[in-house]
Ligand binder design. Sequence first.
Ligand code: SF4
Ligand code: SF4
Ligand SMILES: [Zn+2]
Ligand SMILES: [Zn+2]
Ligand SMILES: [Zn+2]
Length: 368
Amino acid sequence: MEKNAVRAEMIAPCGLDCSICSRALAEKDPCPGCLGPDENKPEFCSKRCGIILCRKRQENGYTYCDECPDYPCADVEEKESRYTSKYPLYESPGKNLREIRKNGMEKFLEKERNEWTCGECGHIVSVHTGICSGCGKQYGAQVIPVSEDTWRIENGMVRFFLLKGTEKALLIDTGMTVRHARKIAEALTGLPVLLLNTHADRDHTGSNGEFDAFFMHPDDEAHYRASGQDGRIVPVRDGDEIDLGNRVLKIIHLPGHTPGSIAVLDVSRRVLISGDPIQEHGHIFMFGERRNMQDYISSLEKLEERIPEFDEIWPSHSDIPLHPDCIRRLRDGAEQIVNGEAEGKETDFFGQKIKVYDLGFTAFLCNR
Ligand code: SF4
Ligand code: SF4
Ligand SMILES: [Zn+2]
Ligand SMILES: [Zn+2]
Ligand SMILES: [Zn+2]
């Protein structure tokens, strides 16, 4: 039995992708999935799952439950609610079926592989544990309290933040694989939760679908829509303020990594939440469409003038917290790259030819 592969035989009648189930990813006697033989299937599924046992489905020969006039029945609804809210990662069986109908099985499987394959080792990540079955990397949301009204949420390679005021809470980004960031935020704060995106790269917008509207710089709208994402953008620009109730946040526009990248200054705490442009021991993506090294350098110059307003920087990737001194180091490094004074190494990055400038304190991934 082949494990660690997303295959059509692993899609259950309800739409659940059994290939991301921790029992299917087990080393010993992996479960063959809902449609497979009962041998190695836990009793929870083989003897108690109403969908597996459903007579109506068997008698009518439905492959998927959406062929059934009773769809979604109570069993299907229970499963949908469990998989979209109870596990470290999010899976929507109903959405899977809709995508299979709309785009066909092959396209769906391809998307599923992209979503559930570990970026480090190529094995599949379990929806139940949020852990990669190959290397053990944690992809679920790890909620880390920073203070009584501030949280940092680590999600695999990326992190996002939750700030609470007296009236409202603000999520700054929604991670990559976590799809219920809003529920997490509401449970932690007990307040209405707004969303702001530092920029539109997909590793920052995983749970955006939970929100009808969110703050984003308008210069990132094209980038956001290009990846097929919807929702209403409430534009925020340089100098704008958001008041959560006794907690004022100021927006600083930092184009370069993307045209609409912004940082958020938590004024009273003297912390800058910076998104992707500021990283130490990380990888700053500057290749491909919409990235611009000259804009990046100008943004850092502008930010250097504001250093008196903050003591710490909290980036979305790699080391945290950072000392504001790193802004100058990054600007010097970026200038050396633009002036041809830094040495880059040509690399193949998922089929794209790029140049990596490893400056020791961080690496820039640039166009060739
Ligand atoms: S244990 Fe149940 S959910 Fe998991 S793979 Fe087997 S049939 Fe699917
Ligand atoms: S009643 Fe219909 S929707 Fe419910 S499990 Fe059976 S086939 Fe699926
Ligand atoms: Zn892995
Ligand atoms: Zn980014
Ligand atoms: Zn990022």
